[in-house]
Design a protein around this ligand. Structure first.
Ligand code: KG4
Length: 335
């Protein structure tokens, strides 16, 4: 079954063709990051307009790269939530018209379910049940993936997402948007251990997380150093910051494995590209005797193929939609 898949929830327009949920026939992506870098973050209205400009051409490219015609497409999958509402609406409207025009089913896909499903593309043997640590620009979740479309949130951030925190920390360190990748590179220049940063705990919810205090601490440290004219060891601060995020995420993922008795952990989302977090997850899972799946870097960030992968399993579960399908800025992954 060939699925034409659309992703437009943030600043990447992406269209892919995926066969039977596991085989990527094409994966066309147009990133707007350079444009938003001028403003230090995503400008939602610009993101929507750029999606409108890119999506038709990318669809042609995705079909061409997959060596497909429209007649070969069996269904259309699309991110319908969560994300920037105007941005999501562009992909959704385009996907609806495509499904209507081709006379094929329309499959709504939750963006974070898609991030998790990116692992099905990289690891043919991977099947639920497993635990997922989904860490992206807008979401930070520990999810029990009981089956392809049956999920339960075990832990979540109470405020900022891990990626948002990386982007803000990078900004005060003078790094370009999106800051996670350049901060990761800067952090590799230091062993850290210089700056004391907070590690927040949420009372009565050991698997929940909070990153806003950490973000504020980094901003205050950098501003204080600037105001009093003290030198700032930027690489050490980047390293200590990445370590603080990892020290929040990794022990909670291990605790979730302990509580559920699951033996497999899957990482997902843009922040899963972080080298400190990847290294810590590898060591922690080896100690627990658990199998760890780390998506290849190209599948960590937003892409259309992951929506095609999850879309296949949503279709098998009977989750299709009519033309009344709406976009949502927020939506529970378990819904
Ligand atoms: O999953 P993603 O591409 O978009 C969302 O669905 O939100 O995640 C984007 C986030 C950004 O905050 C970006 O700075 C972060 O992932 N990111 C990283 C790294 N590469 C991307 N954060 C830490 N280390 C990285 N190497």
């Amino acid at each position: 079954m060939k699925i034409l898949a659309f992703e437009s929830s943030c600043d990447e327009t992406a269209v892919a063709v995926v066969e039977d949920g596991r085989r990527v026939l094409s994966d066309a992506i147009a990133s707007q990051a350079d444009m938003h870098a001028l403003y230090g973050g995503v400008v939602p209205e610009i993101a929507s307009r750029k999606h409108v400009e890119a999506i038709a051409g990318l669809t042609e490219q995705a079909l061409r790269d997959a060596d497909c015609t429209r007649a070969d497409i069996d269904a259309v999958a699309v991110t319908y939530a969560p994300g920037l509402i105007g941005a999501v609406l562009v992909g959704l409207s385009f996907a609806k018209s495509m499904a209507y025009g081709l006379g094929v089913p329309l499959i709504p896909v939750h963006h974070i379910r898609g991030h998790i499903a990116a692992n099905y593309l990289a690891f043919p043997e991977l099947e639920p049940p497993f635990l997922a640590l989904a860490i992206s620009g807008g979401n930070t979740l520990i999810v029990d993936v009981r089956d392809y479309t049956d999920m339960e949130i075990l832990g979540a951030t109470r405020d900022d997402a891990a990626g948002e925190c990386f982007d803000k920390a990078a900004r005060v360190l003078g790094l370009p948007y999106p800051g996670g990748k350049p901060l990761d590179a800067l952090a590799q220049e230091s062993k850290g251990g210089v700056y004391q940063l907070p590690h927040a705990k949420v009372d009565g919810a050991p698997l929940d997380m909070s990153f806003s205090g950490l973000k504020t601490a980094v901003v205050n440290l950098a501003h204080h150093a600037e105001q009093v004219g003290e030198p700032l060891d930027r690489a050490a601060l980047a390293r200590d910051f990445a370590q603080a995020v990892s020290d929040t995420l990794v022990p909670r993922a291990m605790e979730a494995l302990r509580q559920t008795g699951r033996k497999v952990l899957v990482a997902a989302g843009g922040v899963a590209a972080n080298s400190v977090i990847r290294g810590d997850l590898e060591r922690a899972c080896a100690r627990r005797g658990c199998k760890l799946y780390l998506p290849p870097l190209r599948l960590c960030g937003d892409n259309g193929a992951m929506i095609g992968a999850q879309g296949y399993y949503e279709y098998l579960a009977g989750h299709t939609a009519g033309m009344e399908l709406n976009a949502y800025a927020t939506r529970d992954i378990a819904d």
